[in-house]
Design a protein around this ligand. Structure first.
Ligand SMILES: NS(=O)(=O)c1c(F)c(F)c(S(=O)(=O)CCO)c(N[C@H]2CCCc3ccccc32)c1F
Ligand SMILES: [Zn+2]
Length: 263
């Protein structure tokens, strides 16, 4: 689609000019505040299938100018929701080396260093992402908050290739690995709400699951993620660093955030 960026003249406050849904309701991310929470005993642990990919599987690691993304094979899916949600891709949002806060969701106004999103589409009802992306029951995204702390070996499976995709449009192949190792320990503890894509076109089509527990990456791993990439093409005269690629918190309005756990 048309170009959009996170800050400046084409920044997020201008997205709605070309992408009307961005100015609409049910937008994401949100600041998950305690007073919004309602315990829902019917929320089952998240169960994922075929996330443990063998190294013989080839994945594509790419720089799409907005994020670093890993394409995921359709054998991967979420089996614990009312419909089968088949994996499409995962990507990240992060801050910058000077401001190491870049998660999209916040918990009681605490912003984390980064956030991972695993994007799935409702394959019971829609043939692919493109058809599902603007349907109210089209997508399910798993959100994982990321803090700086212990080194994360699972991150190395793609971080070690990141210098091959420094510029927009660049892709490299990478051996499959256990994507489940990127998720936090407790898949039974999460926040759940109805929201949207956090980038244009901002369709209100996402069933959000944000896990309660964060994962950690080391300071060095965060620096690699936040300093390696550019949103500009390799041949562009100006190199525009890719960081701070997170949308600000959106209005919750009358939405309730369900939680699968009691304090
Ligand atoms: N935060 S978020 O809302 O989850 C989210 C992003 F932030 C994000 F940057 C992307 S993107 O990397 O594709 C760049 C711009 O769309 C996506 N892509 C999704 C939605 C758009 C269509 C599509 C098609 C195939 C696979 C994934 C996707 C995204 F869903
Ligand atoms: Zn995202």
């Amino acid at each position: 689609g048309a170009k959009w960026i996170y800050s400046g003249p084409e920044g997020e406050h201008h997205w709605s000019k070309h992408y009307p849904y961005c100015g609409g309701a049910f937008q994401s991310p949100i600041d998950i505040k305690s007073e919004l929470l309602r315990f829902d005993p019917t929320l089952r642990p998240i169960e994922v299938q075929n996330y443990n990919l063998s190294p013989n599987e080839q994945l594509t690691l790419g720089n799409n100018g907005h994020s670093v993304q890993i394409s995921l094979p359709p054998k991967m899916y979420i089996s614990s929701l009312s419909h089968r949600y088949t994996a499409a891709q995962l990507h990240f949002h992060w801050g910058s080396s000077s401001r190491p806060v870049g998660s999209e969701h916040m918990v009681n106004s605490k912003q984390y260093a980064a956030e991972m999103h695993v994007v799935h589409f409702n394959s019971d009802k829609y043939h692919n992402m493109s058809v599902a992306v603007d349907k109210s029951d089209g997508l399910a995204v798993l959100g994982v908050l990321i803090e700086i702390g212990e080194f994360n070996p699972a991150f190395e499976n793609f971080l070690k290739f990141i210098n091959g995709i420094k510029y927009r449009g660049q892709k490299v192949q990478l051996p499959g690995f256990n994507i489940k190792a990127l998720l936090p320990a407790r898949l039974d503890e999460y926040y759940r709400y109805d929201g949207s894509l956090t980038t244009p076109p901002c369709y209100p089509s996402v069933l959000w699951t944000v896990f309660r527990n964060y994962i950690t990456i080391s300071q060095k791993q965060f620096l690699d993620l936040s300093t390696a990439l550019y949103s500009s093409h390799a041949q562009d005269l100006t190199h525009v660093p890719l960081n701070g690629n997170y949308r600000k918190s959106q209005l919750v309005d009358s939405r309730v955030v369900l939680v699968s756990f009691k304090e």
